[in-house]
Design a protein around this ligand. Sequence first.
Ligand SMILES: [Cu+2]
Length: 280
Amino acid sequence: MDDKPHFRNVALLWLLSCVIMVPIVVFVIGPGLPPGNGSVQASGQVTDNTVLLAVATPVALGVLVYMAYALWAFRERTPEVVLDGPPIRGNASVQFWWLVVTTVLVLFLAGYGSVRLLADGSGGGQGPNPIAVPSPPKGTSVLPVQVIAQQWEFTYRFPTYGGVQTRDIELPANTLIRFNVTSLDVIHSFWAYELGVKADANPGVNNVAYVTTKGPLTFHVRCAELCGVWHGYMFNTGTVVPRAQFAAWITQQRVQYAPATKNLPPYSRTYFPPPLRRGG
Ligand SMILES: [Cu+2]
């Protein structure tokens, strides 16, 4: 081994690359990360993605800087004599710091993830008894919307508006929405991308996902669980609209679907298994 200060050189190069790259990740790349700022939970996911990427950046830079340094500093200058370097095995200092750094990183990520999940549910399905229930914006109350998946479409039922079931989804702005997600047949997944919501839709299960809408927005709903041949066609385009516009829309839907509503089974958390038909 030569007596050049290789460790110090690599450490300094790594530090320099971190000083350049971490702010770029946080302030330039971070704000453009998915799923955008369509809801409070979606913005939270952008923050989380930024934090995770910022934590991963020094790790990735450590690997890349060392690799580039080793290629340059330890290259064989006389090709006819190919020598191996000294083994790193048994280096107590490297082993110790490897364990400390990786343990701290993993514990931080576990803690951060748990805290963020408990803050507002993060837009994920929490099962029938959610632990994380966000509070609605001041002066408003939660709006329950049932998402009913079936091969191959989503429909939406509004228990506080006469149990009307609609084919499209419109939501009021600046409102806490409680999605009660279920399925009539096989497994599906309700994925409202711009809202930052993804929740499994399973038959016989009431899966609750919370989202707090922001301003007017167009969002895309897709099924995110392979559910049969027309899985790829199982999508909707939804909108978040001002509260008055939502009130007008839901009134119009109640009138339009009144003949269908009276033939629907009463509102229930699940509709599976379907009732047996007599004489069928
Ligand atoms: Cu599906």
